[in-house]
Design a protein around this ligand. Sequence first.
Ligand SMILES: *Cc1c(COP(=O)(O)O)cnc(C)c1O
Length: 354
Amino acid sequence: MRAFNFSAGPAMLPEAVMNKAHDEFLDWHGTGMSVMEMSHRSKEFMSLAAKMEADLRDVMAIPDNYKVIFTHGGASTQFAAIPYNLAAQTDTVDYINSGVWSTKAVKEAARYAVMNEVAVTEIDLPDFSTLKFNDQAKYLHICHNETITGVEYQTLPKVNVPIVADMSSNILSRPINVADYGIIYAGAQKNIGPAGLSISIIREDLLGQARADTPSLMNWQVYADNGSMFNTPSTYAWYLAGLVFEWIKEQGGLEAIGKINQRKAAKLYKCIDNSSLYFNEVETSVRSWMNVTFKFNKPELEAQFLKESNQAGLLNLKGHKAYGGMRASIYNAMPEAGIDALIQFMNDFEAKNG
Ligand SMILES: *Cc1c(COP(=O)(O)O)cnc(C)c1O
């Protein structure tokens, strides 16, 4: 029995993907081997990798002048790799700090370049027109979806420097225009596949500028030159990511997925907004479609809510300790039935205890 797992990450993967991986686990396509047991240099794995990248390019409509690389160490490794690849120690880098993940990115990058934190927010985004961007900055970094509070960019600031976007928790959730960004990167464990793998989509002119002391496994050019196989890649994670990209295509692509995600989020926010027990603090115009947070007018009910929701098969609704309250992470793989079950539970709980 599969539960509705609202974990922020690692998170649910589509059941069809898990079933396919299960079916192919011992013998991938008649090779007599699991993908896990296969050389990354074999023609079988090379073909799997090529199809995986082609499907991602297709799904996201990635222009030809962008390279896609598959890196190690999750999104967090990129917090250092970004300044290493784009700035010298004395160069300025602009960051909008919109929460916990931005703060981590800021702290790491501040060790490798001159930090210009242009704004700090928590449950809102700044009015971009009032911000003092540095035109000499090597890039502007944003966290496109703050996973912990549930704050998501719905528009982008207009700047003269490349935008580097952490999309770990909202990549593949709706169509975006890749050309609006210099770099998009994302850890896999929310909307892509197993943790550890991270994907970066890099405009070609931003490659080849890494400082001389950049570790090879943080140097994007090294990944690009070696088909992301400078060392052994996380082969099984690539395989599962490939199955997820195929699944997205079968669902009708990001256009269709985006409509479903919008509907899922809208009905959950509506339930919260109509309630006198639950409330969401995020400025309405930047509410996340992927991570829906809510707090209680009677916080003493939180423990009971968690216990009873868990018993009802609605798992991992506890919010991040940095923010508190509850959080329902509703990535692509969360079926709409999971949202409906959560809303039903929330309404019943309020009727009994509110
Ligand atoms: C999960 C997450 C990360 C960190 O990913 P790791 O793979 O653990 O490094 C970074 N940024 C955002 C927005 C996230 O949601």
